[in-house]
Design a protein around this ligand. Structure first.
Ligand code: MN
Length: 244
């Protein structure tokens, strides 16, 4: 398995409130992207605390073993999400300067054959396989609701003035509902996780076309970030990739 991830502050923001991790864990890979929100430094605090708490929990579970049934993987992701939510929420409650902060979260435990994905908010997971691209996660956002109702197209959603409004975030309530997904990941398939700073700028077909041109995860991640910067990168941009 080959992994890579990179982030960039973009062309308009002063600081980077995205956080990410990619890590090999005993035959599996942990991929994680969080996009924080909140005034001053709060957004960065929310996303980095979520990434740290989530990763630490997953590593602890791996150290305990046994993990032969699918439910173990889903349960690990769901519990990691719950712990990250609680940690960010508690911090926000305890510090006035962090009040109201929150973060998106998309994470994958990637392994040959089948991978497990969890998401809250509008950071995404895509599957690239056999010359095709599929968005695995469904955004928790206002524009996604409009797309579901048939009021706007996915392309219009990318340009919508309220595209930043998310309907679910980690750390803003005592508990959070997360979506758990299973994805078949055959040999050579790739899982790509990104923040909206990437997916709002590059359409799916551009992601696909570029993935067919670039070889390894590092080249592909760097190329996608460069392309986003070339297009003005109004937001922080993060991309993490695993090749199975
Ligand atoms: Mn963003």
């Amino acid at each position: 398995m080959k992994l890579f991830g990179v982030t960039d502050v973009g062309r308009h923001r002063k600081d980077n409130q995205d956080s990410f991790v990619f890590r090999e864990l005993d035959g599996a890979a942990l991929l994680l992207v969080c996009d924080g929100m909140g005034g001053a430094q709060a957004g960065s605090v929310a996303s980095s605390v979520a990434v740290e708490t989530f990763s630490a929990f997953v590593e602890e579970r791996f150290a305990q073993g046994p993990r032969d049934d699918p439910e173990w993987w889903e349960d690990t992701l769901a519990e990691a999400c719950a712990q990250a939510n609680q940690k960010v929420f508690e911090l926000a409650q305890a510090n006035p300067e962090y009040r109201g902060m929150g973060t998106t979260l998309v994470a994958a435990l990637a392994l040959p054959g089948e991978s497990y994905v969890v998401n809250v908010g509008d950071s995404r997971c895509y599957l690239l396989e056999n010359g095709m691209i599929r968005q695995v996660t469904v955004d928790h956002s206002l524009v996604q609701l409009l797309v579901d109702r048939g009021e706007i197209t996915a392309e219009e959603a990318r340009r919508h003035p309220q595209k930043n409004l998310i309907t679910r975030a980690l750390g803003v309530e005592p508990a959070v509902a997360c979506d758990l997904l299973r994805v078949e990941t055959g040999q050579g398939s790739r899982l790509l996780l990104c923040s909206d700073g990437l997916s709002n700028v590059l359409p799916d077909l551009v992601l696909l076309r570029t993935s067919l041109e670039e070889r390894g995860p590092e080249e592909l991640c760097r190329r996608l970030v460069d392309m986003t910067l070339e297009q003005g990168a109004p937001d922080n941009v993060t991309v993490v990739l695993a090749e199975l």
